[in-house]
Structure formats: C-alpha cells, structure tokens
Ligand binder design. Structure first.
Ligand SMILES: *[C@@H]1O[C@H](CO)[C@@H](O)[C@H](O)[C@H]1NC(C)=O
Ligand SMILES: *[C@@H]1O[C@H](CO)[C@@H](O)[C@H](O)[C@H]1NC(C)=O
Ligand SMILES: *[C@@H]1O[C@H](CO)[C@@H](O)[C@H](O)[C@H]1NC(C)=O
Ligand SMILES: *[C@@H]1O[C@H](CO)[C@@H](O)[C@H](O)[C@H]1NC(C)=O
Ligand SMILES: *[C@@H]1O[C@H](CO)[C@@H](O)[C@H](O)[C@H]1NC(C)=O
Ligand SMILES: *[C@@H]1O[C@H](CO)[C@@H](O)[C@H](O)[C@H]1NC(C)=O
Length: 301
C-alpha cells in the first residue's frame, strides 16, 4: 500500500468516526415525553422502596439522562396520612386527604424537575420556578414491580405547594400565576393569592408562571435569532465547502499518483527510473538520462 493509500484510508476512517460521533451525540440528548419522564422516575423511586423503612423520606438515585432533576420517595401508613397529613419538600398535605381506593400503606413520590422543567413550558408564559410534582401509589404491590397510582380525595383544606425560589426573567410581567398540570388534564392557570404559595386539590405537576414579555421584545429576539441563524448557517456552509474542496483536491492528487504508478508498472522491466517526490506523489524523473547528449557540432550557426 502506498503512502497515499494510507493517508486516504486514514481520512475516510476519520470522516466515518466523526459522523458516528455526531450522530451518537445527537441521540444522547434524550427526548422524553411528560409521561415517559414520570414513568422513569416512578420506576427508579419505587423499585427499592420495599426494603426502605416506613415513614422515612429518602432521595432517589436517578439515571444520568435525568441529571438536573431530583426525586424523593416515602412510604406512609394510610391511617397516619389521613389523621396527621404530611409536610415534605414543597408540599404540605393537610389531614383529611383520603386515598382511593383504600390502601394500608401508600408511597408518595416527589419530583423537582430542575432544568428539565422546560418539558412543562406553556405557550405565552414563562416559568419562573422549577416545576415540582407529587404522586401517590399503593405501597403494597411495590415488591412485585406493579406500581399502581391511587387517587387522593381532598375533603378539607387544600394541599399547599411552596415555591422557595422565584427567578423573574428580564422585562417580566410581575403578575405571577399558579399553574397546575393534573394527571391527564390540561394546564390550569389560577391567581396566586399568597406569595410563593399555590393551592391544589389534585396530584400532578405545579409551577409559577408570568405572562411572556411584550410583543416588541419578542420580535427583536426573533430578529436576533434569525441573524445568529444566518451567521451559523454561513459558517457551516463555509466549513462544508472547504471540506468538499479539500477532499476533491485529495482525490485528484490521488488519481494522478495512481496514473503515474500504473505507467510505472507498465514500463516495469524496461529500465529503472529515478524518482523524485513531488508533494505526496512519487514521480519518475529523467534527471539522469541514459545517454548523455553529445553535441556533434559545436559551431554556433
Ligand atoms: C434514560 O436512561 C434510562 C436508564 O439508562 C433508560 O432506561 C431510558 O430509556 C432513557 N430514556 C431516554 C429518553 O433517553
Ligand atoms: C426522540 O426523537 C427521535 C427523533 O429525533 C425519535 O425517533 C424518537 O422516537 C424520539 N423519542 C421519544 C421518546 O420521543
Ligand atoms: C441539567 O443540569 C445537569 C447538571 O446539574 C446537566 O448535567 C444536564 O446536562 C442539564 N440538562 C439540561 C437539559 O440542561
Ligand atoms: C411545612 O414545611 C415548610 C418548610 O418546608 C414550613 O414552612 C411549613 O410551615 C410547614 N408546614 C407545616 C404545617 O408544618
Ligand atoms: C401584566 O399583565 C396583566 C394582565 O394579566 C396586566 O393587567 C398588567 O398591566 C401587566 N403588567 C405589566 C407591568 O406589564
Ligand atoms: C384567589 O383570589 C381569587 C379572586 O381574587 C378567588 O376567586 C380565589 O378563590 C382565591 N383563591 C384562594 C385559594 O384563596
């Protein structure tokens, strides 16, 4: 194999490697749906729970594609839950919340979606807190990996959702609203009467939103994005062009070399050439000729 063949092969290997790498990078940016995300968290939260002690909340170790969010799980006796209520993380569940159907023990799974909150972004609004969530399960069938969600009927005071950190975006409309995503229900927006506090009578996901910035700002942002898009597009096109050009050059050089090699093979046995290296090409050279020309007539005409 000639040096050129080896270089070409290395180049192809590199191209294939880069394309595999970029496609695998594209795939590793995982795309959940809201439901598939919940199911994955539920799986990780409840699997080990049968060995856990009743009444102690503990953190769930989540897979790498859920890094950026947090989950907690606790198992409680139904009687305690109904008579005393619970107060964990963002949620204060008061007494007189009834699990339906009746279970002896229930498991509560709490989520804080952190930077995965964007799965709950709402058209026309911006989220100003991470999305938090809670769900109730029958704890009895957990050991058999059959996770059964149960309903909660709020008979008395509503469930409180606390939001400790609110980050207002620039140019925000400071009218904050509570948003609630009940199970299989559309998002429900309501006034926030007490600061940093929302009320609910169902389980699901919760956050605080403000109206999106005024239209003019959005337009300017769009222009900016378009401009950036053009810049990136041109840069990519340029890189592509340069790549295509250099690959073409390489191909042309390779073909030239190949031709010369063939010529050399055809003339094999005839006589030995001297070679010079021109670029990456081994070229036969006629620097030393077979017979030295002898000038027969030294007279200048
Ligand atoms: C996230 O990771 C878990 C565990 O590695 C895997 O089971 C699940 O399919 C992944 N989901 C997505 C959407 O990447
Ligand atoms: C993720 O996106 C890819 C294409 O971009 C699609 O084929 C795949 O079904 C999606 N996965 C989920 C869980 O939505
Ligand atoms: C969320 O944050 C974690 C680190 O806390 C990071 O590894 C992950 O890539 C982030 N995800 C997104 C979608 O920004
Ligand atoms: C529940 O805990 C929060 C802090 O996590 C606290 O502010 C609140 O007063 C507690 N509520 C009850 C009823 O204990
Ligand atoms: C915010 O939006 C409300 C309507 O929801 C409007 O009445 C109020 O004037 C707006 N405030 C600002 C500062 O834009
Ligand atoms: C919040 O205020 C609105 C009207 O101001 C009222 O209709 C609603 O019941 C209040 N919500 C709570 C939970 O107090």
């Amino acid at each position: 194999m000639s040096v050129m063949d080896m270089k070409l092969m290395a180049c192809f290997v590199l191209v294939v490697f880069i394309s595999i790498l970029s496609s695998s990078l594209a795939q590793s940016s995982s795309n959940f749906t809201r439901d598939s995300l919940d199911f994955l968290v539920q799986d990780y939260a409840l699997r080990g729970l049968s060995r856990a002690q009743t009444g102690f909340i503990h953190e769930v170790s989540l897979p790498a594609n859920l890094s950026g969010m947090e989950a907690l799980v606790v198992r409680i006796r139904s009687g305690n839950f109904r008579s005393k209520g619970v107060n964990y993380t963002s949620f204060t569940i008061p007494p007189r919340v009834l699990p339906i159907p009746h279970v002896r023990r229930l498991a509560l799974v709490f989520q804080n979606l952190g930077n995965l909150s964007s799965y709950y972004s709402l058209e026309g609004y911006s989220l100003v807190t991470p999305v938090v969530a809670f769900f109730a399960y029958d704890a009895l069938h957990i050991s058999s990996n059959r996770f059964k969600r149960i309903n909660l009927i709020v008979e008395g005071d509503p469930i409180l959702v606390h939001f400790p950190q609110i980050v207002l975006p620039e140019h925000a409309n400071f009218t904050l609203k509570c948003v609630q995503y009940g199970v299989n229900e559309p998002a429900k927006i309501s006034e926030m009467n007490t600061s940093n506090l929302c009320f609910t009578r169902v389980q699901g996901h919760f956050s605080i939103v403000t109206l999106m910035e005024p239209k003019i700002v959005v337009k300017k942002n769009k222009k900016e994005i378009l401009w950036k898009c053009w810049v990136v597009g041109f840069a990519l096109a340029f890189i592509g062009l340069v790549t295509v050009a250099s690959v073409t050059m390489m191909m042309i050089r390779y073909l030239k070399c190949k031709k010369v090699e063939e010529m050399e093979k055809q003339s094999n046995g005839a006589e030995a050439f001297n070679y010079v290296w021109i670029g990456d090409c081994k070229m036969p050279s006629a620097a030393t000729l077979r017979t030295q020309p002898i000038l027969e007539n030294r007279e200048v005409p």
